[in-house]
Design a protein around this ligand. Structure first.
Ligand SMILES: Cc1ncc(C[n+]2csc(CCOP(=O)(O)OP(=O)(O)O)c2C)c(N)n1
Length: 607
């Protein structure tokens, strides 16, 4: 007996594990005899062996061999109602566990449905392995059912080429072990990202010699920084008048936040960050000045602009956080001097002239820099901490009273206020795009790195409702709340059914403004109305009872009717251990935008 009931059912030939004794053919065509086992079962055994706990996916005729193997293994399979949901859940799992997310999809429409989720992971440098079924290899080019073949036969894997670190198609079963090992190795080394392994269904059902999956991804030491570069950077920072450290998501994913704090404190240097870098120092740290860019905070933009030297670490210096690279708003490089450390050489020197670029892991680089900085004398920076505290306080004064507002529909800030009180410090806040992402990045306080999970590079609406599933699977003992707009929730509502089936007690707080509010606001600002952005029926606001949708799935659904109900509802939801949707009517108020976004100069209203 096994500990999995399904494993006790024997297959028709009396074996329960896909094994057969017979003659096999080696790669060179020579016959060998020995024990063989179907590739799909060996693949799933391998996943188990290398520590894969969970696979997210959706079935199709090309992958049921894998499903049979998964069902008989210890690897958990979370079956979703849409492949985009599976991809975002695998992404959320990777962010909250630090391990690669694993996604399994059917061919053609399954793989294309997952595209958005995989691309979202790619642009946020999230490690992921995508295993996709494909048409039988012997039908390549005959245009079998669901083959992608308009420009090239059997071409589905090329759809993933622009955003995957590597796309593999397995043309011979003997290649499967090597390719799967490479996929797990590549997805997490260097700059992490998704890797696709596209497997024709006949190859999943082919025999492989037992023990073919031998090789495991090698342990890889982090890329380090040259000692002479360390000395040069520390000398530059210590002698600068207004130095600044600018931090991106690479610092969080490399677990380099302690080293960052140690460096900043040793030389008394202020720290600003990108969206993905939020949490790099605990909010409230006296040297932390917050997020830069369009939705940033004024003191962060101001001090970045005025810095004489910036050390940027683990960031792309991307458009949103750099105010579209307009020198009047966030970075003025030159005259500011830039030193840039990143794991990916392609990021160095692209958007700004760079005095020194370093290709290194953020953890090893910041640790080396912090060690060199200890005890080092540096220029005095009188008044720095007061300047930061005053700057942050004067901006926060703009919305301070809204955090307690009793207004109904609620002010978005009140929702943040209740959330901060109800969710433990080590709980996860998973956002989507919209007020939720921008407001949380600007105004919400985090003290534990990695607890803010948000879609940055692709900024995908629909990420939050699904990613929270993976986050909660990765960290079942910590709270996980998705703070999302009604547009985002309605684009992926099937997540509630999946949470019920897979027993994932996620909480979704739906900020309901009956609109794609952020875009509605933009259109209103530039064109005087919000055509195409409001939820309406017969010319009147149209509102969905999302709480009732949750109840229809068997989950908890709570409709908030007064501001004072939100705090108790959150506490109850988190304590209940039941998937819960909390629907919160909210005013469509814009997030403050202290920075700049070039799109504002493009809109032109005509007749
Ligand atoms: C898949 C996708 N489609 C469109 C957009 C453009 N977009 C950015 S914000 C937004 C509105 C989101 O609406 P909602 O979830 O209700 O949040 P709100 O803006 O109201 O806070 C849209 C449509 C996007 N980012 N992703």
């Amino acid at each position: 007996m096994t500990d999995h009931p399904a494993q006790d059912a024997k297959s028709a030939n009396g074996r329960d594990d896909g094994r057969s004794i017979g003659t096999l053919t080696q790669e060179n065509g020579a016959a060998i005899s020995g024990e063989a086992r179907i590739a799909a079962y060996q693949l799933v055994d391998y996943l188990e062996r290398i520590g894969v706990e969970v696979v997210f996916g959706l079935c199709g005729h090309t992958i049921i061999a894998l499903l049979d193997a998964l069902g008989k293994s210890r690897v958990r399979f979370v079956s979703t109602r849409h492949e985009q949901v599976a991809a975002h859940a695998a992404d959320g799992y990777a962010r909250a566990s630090g391990k690669p997310g694993v996604l399994m999809t059917h061919l053609g429409p399954g793989l294309t449905n997952a595209t958005t989720g995989v691309a979202n992971a790619a642009l946020d440098s999230i490690p992921m392995v995508v295993i996709a079924g494909d048409i039988p290899s012997y039908y390549y080019g005959r245009h079998p059912h669901q083959e992608v073949n308009l420009h090239k036969d059997a071409d589905q894997y090329d759809i993933y080429r622009p955003f995957c670190k590597r796309v593999y198609r397995v043309d011979r079963v003997a290649d499967l072990p090597r390719i799967v090992e490479r996929a797990f190795h590549l997805c997490k080394t260097g700059r992490p990202g998704p890797v696709l392994v596209d497997v024709p269904m006949d190859i999943l059902s082919a025999d492989l010699p037992v023990g073919s999956f031998q090789k495991e991804p090698p342990p890889v030491a982090a890329s380090t920084i040259d000692p002479s570069a360390v000395a040069r950077i520390i000398d530059t920072l210590a002698s600068a008048e207004r130095p600044l450290i600018y931090v991106g998501g690479g610092v969080i994913s490399a677990h380099a936040t302690r080293a960052l704090a140690s460096l900043a404190e040793a030389l008394e240097i202020p720290v600003a960050h990108t969206l993905m870098g939020k949490g790099c120092l605990p909010d409230g740290h006296p040297l932390l000045i917050g997020q830069t860019g369009f939705w940033g905070v004024p003191i962060a933009n101001e001090m970045c602009r005025a810095a004489d030297v910036i050390l940027a670490v683990g960031t792309r210096l991307a458009e949103a956080n750099s105010s579209s690279w307009n020198p009047e708003f966030t970075f003025s490089i030159p005259p500011t001097r830039l030193i840039h450390i990143d794991i990916d050489a392609a990021e160095l020197g692209r958007n700004y002239p760079t005095e020194l670029g370093v290709v290194a892991d953020a953890q090893s680089a910041l640790s080396a820099l912090a060690a060199e900085a200890q005890g080092k004398s540096h220029r005095a920076r009188p008044g720095l901490r007061k300047k930061i505290a005053d700057g942050l306080a004067s901006f926060a004064a703009n919305w301070k009273s809204e955090w307690d507002s009793d207004q109904f529909p609620l002010r978005p800030e009140r929702i943040l206020g209740e959330l901060r009180k109800a969710v433990p410090e080590d709980g996860f806040i998973v956002t989507d795009v919209g007020w939720n992402k921008n407001g949380v990045a600007q105004q919400f306080r985090f003290t534990i790195p990695g607890t803010f999970i948000t879609p940055s590079g692709l900024a995908t609406m629909g990420f939050g409702p699904a990613a929270v599933l993976g986050v909660k699977v990765a960290q079942p003992n910590r709270a996980a709340v998705a703070l999302i707009g009604d547009g985002a929730f309605s684009s992926n509502m099937s997540v509630v059914a999946t949470a019920m089936e897979a027993e994932i007690p996620a909480v979704w707080v739906v900020m309901d403004n009956s609109a794609y509010g952020t875009i509605a606001g933009l259109e209103e600002m530039h064109y005087g109305w919000s055509f195409g952005c409001l939820f309406e029926s017969k010319g009147k606001p149209y509102s969905v009872d999302y709480a009732a949708v949750a109840r229809a799935c068997g989950a908890q659904g709570i409709a908030i009717k007064a501001a004072s109900e939100l705090g108790p509802a959150l506490k109850q939801a988190l304590a209940s251990n039941v998937p819960t949707v909390i629907q919160v009517p909210m005013e469509n108020a814009p997030t403050p935008t202290p920075g700049y976004w070039n799109i504002m100069d493009i809109y032109r209203k005509g007749q």
